[in-house]
Design a protein around this ligand. Structure first.
Ligand code: FVH
Length: 296
């Protein structure tokens, strides 16, 4: 079949929680799917569903025009693909392993030396979401390879190609994970604190915390516009000086409840620095300028 056509074959290397979900999605949509994993028994369920088990990573690479790799880290990518390098020639390698922009760029150069087109990818989903439109996958690298295999890649979820620089997908992936970890850190701190006075935190989370966080996320596009324009004049009456004055209460109350306030310390320090450097009358968005100019 033509690359990207309805029946074009695909290889999946790495069958951990995510790799197995990727292979399952290809199989469910009827694609001839070859799989390989360092621990071969992880392929058993997929083989029972119709996948072809490759004996080696090189055999797996050789089986399909499109090779998807999803292993723990980039060291594992190179452990697995190092011996298979020559077999990559003329194929498209899609690396969905989490890593840094620099690792992606180096791997793109490594793939190019072996005659392969390269796409780096960031999966913005957990394994059960794979195959649904809510699963978003960020790609960067060869635009031609993305277009050629778009229909196959969109089996996994909604695909977004961000540009020719292979580092762009991991940059955006890590930025989005940073946002998510900020939210999770806030959740952990909030329930640790309120849980000192409540028998459970589930009702607090669903009836109070989640609606509050949802309301706060509606502020983000407005703050992002401030970042883009560099105009941080406040129009909502929540300037940095007010926030810096109130923030110690979060720290003190946590401490008084016997809860570690360590997660809050860097935010407090950043607010204080914003005020000290003359941004007290401005919006929270002005702190981005400070983050881009780390304190000495
Ligand atoms: N699971 C998730 O929720 C997230 C969602 C977003 C994307 N991440 C990234 O996806 C990569 C794979 O994650 P995973 O969830 O599949 O991870 P594990 O279940 O721990 O499976 C790890 C696989 O990597 C293989 N592996 C590890 N080291 C080596 C190596 N040196 N040589 C060859 N293979 C290696 C491992 O093989 P085995 O232990 O079964 O033999 C698994 O196949 C990851 O980058 C996430 O950040 C997932």
């Amino acid at each position: 079949a033509a690359a990207g056509g309805d029946r074009s074959a695909v290889t999946v290397i790495g069958l951990g929680a995510m790799g197995a979900a990727l292979a399952n999605a290809f199989l469910d949509s009827g694609r001839p799917t070859t799989v390989w994993n360092r621990s071969p028994e992880k392929a058993d369920g997929l083989v029972a569903e119709g996948a072809v088990r490759a004996a080696t990573a090189t055999e797996a690479v050789s089986a399909s025009p499109l090779v998807v790799v999803c292993v723990l880290d980039y060291r594992a990518v190179h452990d697995v693909l190092g011996p298979a390098g020559a077999a990559l020639s003329g194929r498209v390698l899609v690396n969905l392993t989490n890593g840094t922009p620099e690792q992606a760029r180096r791997t793109a150069a490594w793939a190019a030396e072996r005659g392969a087109d390269y796409l780096d990818g960031g999966i913005m989903a957990v394994p059960p979401m794979i195959g649904s439109p809510e699963s978003v996958l960020l790609y960067s690298g060869s635009a031609d390879a993305f277009e050629a295999h778009r229909r196959t890649l969109e089996i996994l979820g909604t695909g977004r190609h961000l540009g020719a620089d292979a580092g762009l997908a991991p940059l955006h992936d890590l930025a989005m994970l940073t946002g998510a970890y900020g939210m999770f850190a806030g959740f952990l701190q909030a329930v640790a604190m309120v849980g000192t006075e409540r028998a459970e935190v589930a009702e607090f989370t669903s009836s109070l915390l989640v609606p509050w966080l949802n309301a706060m996320t509606t502020e983000l596009p407005r703050l992002a516009e401030r970042v883009d324009t560099g105009d941080h004049a406040t129009d909502v009456g929540s300037n940095l000086a007010m926030q810096a004055a109130a923030f110690p209460n979060l720290v003190d109350a946590a401490g008084a409840q016997g809860v570690d306030a360590g997660l809050l310390a860097p935010v407090r320090a950043l607010l204080d620095r914003g005020v000290a450097e003359g941004h007290g009358a401005e919006e929270l968005s002005s702190l981005v300028e400070l983050l881009r100019k780390p304190a000495p």
